[in-house]
Design a protein around this ligand. Sequence first.
Ligand SMILES: Cc1cc2nc3c(=O)[nH]c(=O)nc-3n(C[C@H](O)[C@H](O)[C@H](O)COP(=O)(O)OP(=O)(O)OC[C@H]3O[C@@H](n4cnc5c(N)ncnc54)[C@H](O)[C@@H]3O)c2cc1C
Ligand SMILES: NC(=O)c1ccc[n+]([C@@H]2O[C@H](COP(=O)([O-])OP(=O)(O)OC[C@H]3O[C@@H](n4cnc5c(N)ncnc54)[C@H](OP(=O)(O)O)[C@@H]3O)[C@@H](O)[C@H]2O)c1
Length: 443
Amino acid sequence: MAVIGAGPAGLFASRLLAVNDVHVVLLNRDIVPGGLAEYGIYFDKYKMKEGLRRQFQQILEHPLIDYFGNVTVGDDGDLRLADLRALGFQALLVTVGAQGTKWLGLPGENLIGVYHAKDLVYHYNSLPPMSTREFRIGRRVALIGAGNVMLDIAHWLIRELKVDEVVSVVRRGPNEVKFSKEELKIVVRNLDLVKLEAEIERTRPIATEVGQDVDEAKEYILSALPKGLDPVSDTRFYFDFLTTPNRILGNDNGEVTGLEVEDTTLVCAEGDVEAKRLGTRRILDVDTVIFCIGDKVDETFGLPVRKNAYVKHPNPLYPVDELSFEAFDPDLNRPIDRVFVAGWSREASSGLVGVARKDGENGARAILEYLKSAPRLVDPESIIVEINTRLKKLDKPIVLKTNLIKLFEVFSKEAQQAGLPDFKYKTNAEMLAAMGLAQPETE
Ligand SMILES: Cc1cc2nc3c(=O)[nH]c(=O)nc-3n(C[C@H](O)[C@H](O)[C@H](O)COP(=O)(O)OP(=O)(O)OC[C@H]3O[C@@H](n4cnc5c(N)ncnc54)[C@H](O)[C@@H]3O)c2cc1C
Ligand SMILES: NC(=O)c1ccc[n+]([C@@H]2O[C@H](COP(=O)([O-])OP(=O)(O)OC[C@H]3O[C@@H](n4cnc5c(N)ncnc54)[C@H](OP(=O)(O)O)[C@@H]3O)[C@@H](O)[C@H]2O)c1
């Protein structure tokens, strides 16, 4: 079968399938496997990243897993999903993560200085092509959202770029922040505590109205202080609660000059607390706006999308933990033949690496159940021959397991020589050259 996407979900799924004697063709857009574990997790978490890399390399050593990197699957890609189905794979598992961008449709989103967190994260983690894209980051930055990705970006702005001001714009209240204390420790000593106190008091009556205790939220935030890292900049970091973005203002050069926000209040809805716009607006004096609001799946991949993720069969034939991993066409109201989804492709921007691993493995379990009665369409060897032929016809080098071994050797040599804990090339051309793979002249 084919697994598309070698992030944590695809890699751990491949391992479970391989140990159950399934031959896996693993196709990956990036040259290097690992997905967001390699290109999302903050670059200074060396130990965690190294541990994950080792596990991924071990997985790829399995003789029943064939790796093909630098191959994009999708309607605009090197191969379409339909091409893979036509090759006769018994099943296809889609674990391509959530590569699309959640635009809110606000006026000014196209101004210079408006970015989405994923692009910046890919930039500072050296994923081509974002690694070499220019970002215009100013001195006063608004981060929309209050999750761990917001904190990763705040980390970069406060401890690397040392900007003047970072404001986290939170549409709900202090009780709805999504980040972990562990991550807050990194920037908490830059937090403006006077502003925090004022925000807690401002939001108290509204939160009390919906049965929340803002003192609990305050305690949660402040509990990160004792173990907070020593600050390395004078950046002022603060939260602006009950505030949602309305439009981004710009100058004649098309650069951001401010963010118009709207005040919100909290309302109870279906067992949850939601933000309701109040109509009152004000301008935040910022020159950069970064959306840290989660991502959605790539709509050009070739599968139907709803609620930011690929659609699953509402009544799955092979459920695992009561979850569906079977791709579904809601317009035709029928399952999509032989296609399964897992990881952030199944539920976008949800959870840590461990969650993606479990989801990938559960996707593999669903497939193993399905394979018990699935017809073998063609001889497996002929699929391997055919996929190799198809990939050879592409006007680009394809990266195999043997090439990756060479690349990792080069990375570790470069790191050693430079005395760095870690090293990566920023362009595909450099990586391909390091592996001795020819780069077509057009690139
Ligand atoms: C900024 C950030 C920081 C994070 N930090 C942490 C952390 O510190 N600790 C933690 O536990 N978790 C962290 N996470 C969460 C973790 O990274 C994810 O849970 C996990 O990586 C999701 O795995 P996935 O395999 O579903 O998708 P991804 O990791 O996104 O992998 C998708 C894979 O699919 C490939 N692909 C994409 N499109 C195509 C295509 N069209 N064709 C072929 N291949 C394709 C990509 O090359 C990639 O290899 C972080 C997430 C983000 C966004
Ligand atoms: N170091 C780490 O461990 C680490 C680092 C990065 C990411 N991760 C994980 O990766 C996953 C994704 O993280 P994430 O930060 O992208 O997502 P997240 O935790 O869901 O946070 C998203 C934030 O954006 C807000 N938001 C969403 N839509 C919005 C809109 N339309 N307008 C205004 N605000 C909006 C949300 O507010 P509402 O709550 O109101 O929706 C929330 O505050 C999480 O599981 C996270 O823990 C972990």
